[in-house]
Design a protein around this ligand. Structure first.
Ligand SMILES: [Zn+2]
Length: 595
């Protein structure tokens, strides 16, 4: 294995298409149209008496169409990510989005028919649908909350210039924001993403200035943004509770995630009860930074600056070896990504920032994008994205409609893969600075993924009920400040401007209660990893079973088959116990004098 040299490279997309304006792509567009017409012909066949065999045929055609669209759209999307300045890619991305939306509209009649079907007929057809079963079941989850066709049409129509329009306004307003920051005597003009880089700056004054600038800009529009949020929350409530009959605002999201209300309540409850774990971490971090008390500006501050660089080929080997130690099959799957040149690791101008893994369908190895700079967190990012790819590949016996895990399970293999690699790095790398850097970064990211998101959801729950009862914008700021006090206790001093933080979180406007899924996923993996450390070999088949299920069943059932009870308080507490242990380990480390 170790003879293979891995080189940083741009990915190859020819497994999809050789390029835009090629005969193959032209044919794919023509085929899509042919397949759509054939699918539309099924419309007359849909009836309560439909037999199992023709039903399956319709499902296969539906799946085929989603694959036609997925290939075209992925090729444009990936080409664009590889070079966001490429005008061909820009134009083709817009065109494929249009194609996807049109295709969606033309097959929508099937979804509507299926959701409307009587329970008895639906059960009969689902029983005969094989691997499509859960996809069909999930489509029908909203059935009890669905209104008549004319009412649904009115809601859709009104939303275009109502809720959706408010979100467009929100983007229009906030995307224009520019932020001024003075760094080492140099005046910088930044967008929000650029500003966020300075929350982790080694200089405490720069960190403080960056946060203050964020809130200065948002506060100027407080009356407008605050009202947009209030309107959206009232609209969410009047539609979901008033018209559709959901029991609470959060229940809408829970149903979409297919997670029972009581499980989400339990998750948030346990998170709240464990705020002290991170408070303890922040007290420790204050000591490492040499201050009496951490300020909110400092929670992402680097504790040590590791200068260590890893050559790309060493990073790949390290990741593959970590996976191989767990199960050789995982390493083989990850190697496939490299062998097929599906990982774009090059650092290039115009390339999209961040990192992602794109699954196109069960018959194609996923594509991964990252810009590899040789730092330890580039290695964990690689492990994370390869984890996503492995998850898809382990589940590739499913249909395109059931391959990919739903949101609460989507980060399982990625986070688990990251933890395998961190453990390897900690065990193998003799450099103490690298180890410390990694450990602290892991805790910072656990904070951002678990505690921060859980407290956003707690705020949202309260905000929805207060707004419905007539709360003013300043009442929400007050409510958010209380939320911060509970979250940070006396471990962190939080200056007043952070009361406005709720205004700057796009998720709470765009997808209410979406955030708790991050905490769900991360805690789940921490608990799984703890089981792995305790049980070793015996754990592995259970874990692989979770991955192999992909999106073919509800999260609760997938996990229960692997012996995990998400209804149990102990299970969630187990995730926090892992974190508590990590904090204790960090407390054991001696703080170097040189800091
Ligand atoms: Zn991920």
């Amino acid at each position: 294995m170790s003879e293979i040299e891995y080189k940083q490279e741009q990915w190859r997309l020819d497994d999809l298409f050789p390029g835009f304006d090629t005969p193959k792509m032209q044919r794919a567009i023509e085929d899509l149209e042919k397949h759509l017409q054939a699918f539309e012909a099924f419309r007359t066949k849909l009836s309560a008496e439909l037999e199992a065999a023709p039903f399956k045929e319709i499902l296969q055609a539906y799946e085929g169409l989603t694959q036609d669209v997925s290939r075209l759209h992925s090729f444009s999307g990936l080409s664009f990510a590889a070079d966001t300045q490429d005008q061909d890619a820009q134009a083709n991305l817009a065109r494929s989005q249009q194609l996807a939306a049109e295709a969606q509209n033309r097959i929508l009649f099937f979804d509507l028919w299926w959701k409307d079907l009587e329970e008895e007929q639906a059960s009969r057809l689902m029983a005969a649908a094989g691997d499509y079963r859960y996809w069909l079941e999930a489509l029908r989850l909203e059935r009890p909350y669905t209104l008549s066709e004319s009412e649904e049409r009115i809601i859709n129509l009104k939303d275009v210039n109502g809720g959706a329009a408010l979100l467009t306004l929100l983007s229009t307003i906030t995307e224009r924001y520019t932020f001024q920051l003075n760094v080492d005597g140099q005046e910088k003009e930044l967008n929000r993403e650029g500003l966020a880089v300075y929350y982790r700056h080694p200089n405490p004054e720069v960190r403080e200035a960056a946060f203050k600038e964020l809130f200065r800009v948002y506060e100027a529009d407080k009356p407008v943004l605050g009202q947009i949020y209030q309107f959206l929350v009232r609209d969410w409530g009047s539609e979901s509770i008033g018209l559709r009959g959901y029991t609470s605002p959060i229940a809408v999201r829970n149903l979409a995630n297919d997670i029972p209300d009581e499980v989400v309540d339990l998750l948030l409850d346990v998170s709240r009860a464990n705020a002290t774990v991170f408070q303890r971490y922040f007290r420790l971090k204050a000591r490492w930074l040499g201050v009496d008390k951490l300020r909110r500006y400092d929670i992402y501050a680097p504790v040590v600056k590791s200068e260590k660089q890893y050559a790309f080929t060493d990073a790949v080997r390290l990741v593959l070896n970590s996976f191989r130690r767990f199960d050789p099959k995982l390493a083989e799957l990850a190697e496939r990504v490299f062998a097929e040149h599906h990982l774009d690791s090059e650092v290039r101008k115009g390339k999209s920032g961040g990192a992602f893994c794109a699954t196109v369908g069960p018959d194609l190895t996923p594509w991964i994008l990252q810009s590899y700079h040789g730092r330890p967190n580039d290695i964990t990012t690689m492990a994370h994205e390869l984890g996503h790819a492995i998850h898809s590949m382990v589940a590739d016996q499913h249909t395109a409609l059931t391959q990919q895990a739903s949101l609460p399970l989507a980060e399982t293999a990625s986070t688990f893969g990251e933890m395998l690699v961190v453990d390897r790095l900690l065990a193998e790398d003799p450099d103490p600075e690298t180890r410390r850097d990694l450990l602290f970064q892991q805790m910072d990211s656990n904070y951002a993924t678990i505690m921060r998101q859980a407290f956003f959801a707690l705020f949202e729950r309260e905000a929805h009920s207060r707004i419905t009862a007539g709360a003013r914008i300043d009442d929400l700021t007050e409510l958010y400040s209380q939320n911060l006090v509970e979250q940070f206790g006396d471990a962190v001093s939080v200056s007043e401007e952070f009361g406005l933080e709720w205004l700057v979180i796009p998720h709470i406007y765009k997808a209410p209660f979406y955030v708790y899924a991050y905490a769900f996923g991360q805690l789940l993996v921490l608990a799984l990893y703890e089981q792995y450390l305790a049980e070793g070999e015996a754990f592995k088949p259970r874990y692989l079973k979770i991955l192999a299920a992909g999106g073919s069943d509800s999260p609760a059932r997938v996990l229960s088959r692997a012996g995990i009870d998400i209804y149990s308080r102990d299970f969630w507490q187990g995730g926090f116990d892992v974190l508590k242990k990590s904090v204790e380990e960090l407390e054991e480390l001696e703080i170097p004098d040189s800091l």
